[in-house]
Unconditional design. Structure first.
Length: 319
């Protein structure tokens, strides 16, 4: 079982609007409402992949109630802490004719210290017997940047594998708490390392830098694939995976799906290279769907053979 933790859950509304133009009146051709936030996207993908998953986090007000209802309607097991302030909503407009995606997100709720304590207590309970706990997404208002780091250290003491996917200072502090796996996208990884990645060597140095900060394994996702530093027993291996070219409908949440598929493949015992291949194919398949965390399994099979996976050598330290 995998537990996903989403502090800043949202109710995501996606509208498909062909030929979208600012300042004009439009009629949507399609509408979709889903419970959202990175952790919930990952939970949705894990559910589709057949992995037992429990989604937890914070949910407040009528929006929070709707988030829980949407998860329940998808048969995603969930156990949220109810908070006083209202959970956020987000609205996205997809224009399939122009391949554009416009997103508007509300601020997250204000969270009280006692509500966070309730979440930590619930998390410690749910983590019993879990294969991994995934912390994903931004933190709401009034939540200290060190929240993820504190939770990761506590679970490490309990010998529970932890996974982190966040950004900014919460990501930096969380990496220093030594999670089992950290999975930033390229922009988040560049912000963490303090330099842009342009060539393969830049990514390799970035992987090593993030590992030196404390992460045991590192998976940097991007729309075109991923780079990974993975430790197996006493061996450290580095990979690059390139996704096949597709015409995406929406790339939002593709990194979340990639991470979910990688965790699933490793739980099944797939070799590292094949796990990365499966993960990239699944993440790519998700770009062909509207709604984060969704994909068609038949597309994964079609794309997997076209994913290019290469094992790379470490960059010389004197570069």
């Amino acid at each position: 079982m995998i537990v996903t933790v989403t502090l800043n859950a949202a109710l995501d509304r996606t509208l498909t609007v062909p030929n979208f133009q600012r300042g004009q009146r439009h009629r949507a051709s399609l509408g979709l409402m889903l419970a959202g936030g990175k952790g919930l996207n990952i939970a949705r993908a894990l559910k589709l992949l057949g992995v037992p998953v429990v989604a937890t986090g914070l949910a407040g007000g009528r929006t929070g109630t709707r988030i829980v209802e949407e998860l329940t309607s998808e048969a995603i097991l969930n156990d949220f802490v109810r908070i006083e302030d209202e959970s956020r909503t987000s609205t996205a407009v997809v224009d399939p004719t122009g391949s554009t995606y416009t997103e508007i997100n509300e601020w997250g709720p204000a969270v009280r210290p006692e509500e966070l304590e309730m979440l930590l207590d619930k998390l410690n309970y749910l983590a019993q017997g879990a294969d991994a706990v995934v912390f994903a997404g931004s933190l709401p208002r009034d939540v200290d940047d060190g929240f993820y780091a504190e939770a990761i250290r506590e679970l490490n003491r309990r010998h529970v594998q932890t996974v982190l996917d966040s950004e900014g200072q919460p990501l930096r502090l969380g990496v220093q708490a030594e999670p089992f796996l950290v999975s930033p996208n390229q922009g988040e990884a560049e912000g963490l390392v303090g330099q842009e990645f342009n060539e393969d060597d830049d990514f390799m140095l970035g992987l090593d830098s993030i590992a030196e900060l404390g992460a045991r394994n590192v998976l940097i996702t991007q729309e075109s694939g991923c780079f990974a530093l993975l430790r197996e027993e006493r061996e450290t291996r580095r990979f690059r995976a390139k996704a096949p070219h597709v015409e995406p409908i929406s790339a939002v949440g593709s990194g979340d799906v990639l991470l979910a598929a990688f965790l699933t493949a490793r739980l099944k015992g797939e070799p590292l290279g094949e796990a990365i291949r499966t993960a990239v194919a699944t993440g790519t398949a998700s770009t062909l769907e509207v709604g984060a965390g969704r994909f068609e399994q038949r597309e994964v099979g079609r794309l997997a053979n076209a994913v290019e996976v290469a094992e790379l050598e470490a960059v010389a330290s004197g570069r």
